[in-house]
Design a protein around this ligand. Sequence first.
Ligand code: ATP
Length: 233
Amino acid sequence: MKRIETHGLTASYGDFQALFGIDLVLEPGETTAIIGANGAGKSTFMKALTGLMQTEAGMITVDGQPAGARAAHQIIDTGIAMAPEGRRLFGSLSVEENLLIGQRQSRSGPWTLDRIYKTFPILEERRKLPAMSLSGGQQQMVSIGRALMSNPDVLLCDEISLGLAPVIIEDLYKTIVTLGQEGMSIVIVEQDIARALSVAHQVYCFQEGRVSLGGSVDTISREQITQAYFGID
Ligand code: ATP
């Protein structure tokens, strides 16, 4: 398992600067919640981490070594995988084909189709069906499964509970806790702060493209989080 750090990560959309030098550490086996209001830069940060977005300045290191490769497929080879917001599946491909897309020859480990199906049995039942025919919760399982198929060291979950029934969210979070216990680093971006904090070891609050607060969940109070979230002095 690997330690990922970002140093001064900066990114823009054209003239609009979305990230202003993000410093953050993802410890092996720890779950990190990234919270912040709409537009704070959470998704942009995740995209920068996975190579989906070019950064302008700053560096990502994996176990202290600069992650030189910037293309998305190369980042997956370094062990960072994302279950994206809105799922982004190939709707007309089958569940199984979508899962297999996540597989990487360069990365072996415990996650195989077999294990994904043991974790999410409904996906085995529906493996031949087009992904778009599944319910929202099931599609989210495919998204997480596809990310796990690369046997990542770090799993990035971008609003995975969006639009799902509470009982499904409960199940997904149980899976996340298990993955963490097995040593995977997990990053959770969620609108539901309480939910994210309930499983997180550390929390970073983003505000207008900067980290306004960061540290261990045990040492940060709810008041500090509210303050950092809304920018109240
Ligand atoms: P949300 O919770 O709404 O997803 P977020 O914290 O993830 O918010 P981002 O999506 O990272 O925030 O957006 C950060 C800023 O960058 C916002 O001001 C947003 O309007 C802007 N932005 C995001 N995507 C683009 C884009 N494709 N083109 C231009 N500006 C963008």
